[in-house]
Ligand binder design. Structure first.
Ligand code: 5RP
Length: 220
C-alpha cells in the first residue's frame, strides 16, 4: 500500500471512535470511505443501519453485511462520515471527485455531525486547486459552463460520466475560492445546476487529518 493509501486508511480507522452501538450512520463515497466500511465490517460495531450517499457505497455496505436504509425513510441521523478532495482549517470542503456530490450533500444535510477524513495533502489554505465538480442537468451543461467562465473558471465536461441520478458533471479548474459560502450559494442559483461540490454551508464538524506523525483532529 502506498503512503497515501496508508494515510487514508489511518484517517478511516480514526473515524471509528465516533461509532456507537445501535446508531444509524450516514456513509459517504470514495476510497477513504471504503477503508472505513472495511474496518466497520471487520469489527462488530453493532450499528443499526447505514444511509448510503451513492449506489457504489450502498453496494459495498450490503456486501459488508450492513443494513442500508433509504434517505427518504429517515429524517435525522447522528453522524455522517465521508472523505473530501480538499479541506480548509475552517472545515469547508470540495467534494465530488468521485461524482457522488449530490447524494453526499443530501445525506450530510440530515446528519447532526459530519466527520470528514482526509490525508494531509488535501488540507489547503484556499480551496480551488482541485477542480470544483458541479452536477448539472444535461440540458444545461453549456449554460452552466459559460456562467462558470464568467466567474473566472475553466470548465471541463467530465466525459463519459453519468451520475447516480442520470446527470452530467462539469469540473471547474482555475478557481481561487476565497469565500466558499458565497460561491456555493451563487453556483446553486444557475439554472440547471443540481448541486456543486462546495460543502461550506454544511461543512464538516470534525476533520480527521492523517499525517505521517499521526491523525490530527480539527473541530468546528
Ligand atoms: C466523492 C467524494 C469523495 O469524498 C472524494 O472524492 C474523496 O475521495 P477519496 O477518499 O477516494 O480520495 O467527494 O464524490
Amino acid at each position: 500500500m502506498s503512503d497515501k493509501e496508508t494515510l487514508k486508511q489511518n484517517a478511516a480507522l480514526a473515524a471509528l471512535k465516533f461509532i456507537e452501538p445501535d446508531m444509524i450512520i450516514g456513509v459517504g463515497t470514495g476510497s477513504t470511505v471504503n477503508y472505513f466500511i472495511d474496518a466497520l465490517a471487520k469489527k462488530d460495531y453493532r450499528i443499526k443501519a447505514a444511509v448510503a450517499s451513492s449506489l457504489a457505497t450502498k453496494k459495498k455496505l450490503i456486501q459488508a453485511g450492513i443494513e442500508v436504509m433509504e434517505v427518504n425513510s429517515i429524517d435525522r441521523i447522528p453522524i455522517y462520515i465521508d472523505g473530501a478532495d480538499e479541506a480548509t482549517e475552517h472545515l469547508s470542503l470540495i467534494k465530488g471527485g468521485g461524482g457522488a456530490l449530490t447524494g453526499e450533500k443530501i445525506v450530510a444535510h440530515i446528519a447532526d455531525k459530519f466527520i470528514c477524513m482526509i490525508d494531509e495533502a488535501k488540507l489547503v489554505p484556499v480551496l480551488g486547486t482541485f477542480p470544483l465538480p458541479i452536477e448539472v442537468l444535461p440540458i444545461a451543461r453549456s449554460l452552466v459552463a459559460r456562467e462558470m467562465m464568467k466567474l473566472g473558471g475553466n470548465p471541463m465536461y467530465r466525459e463519459g460520466f453519468v451520475s447516480d441520478y442520470g446527470n452530467q458533471i462539469i469540473d471547474v479548474y482555475n478557481l481561487e475560492i476565497l469565500d466558499p459560502h458565497a460561491l456555493e450559494a451563487q453556483i446553486n442559483q444557475i439554472p440547471g445546476v443540481v448541486t456543486n461540490g462546495l460543502f461550506a454551508h454544511r461543512g464538516a464538524d470534525h476533520l480527521l487529518i492523517a499525517k505521517s506523525s499521526g491523525v490530527e483532529q480539527l473541530n468546528k
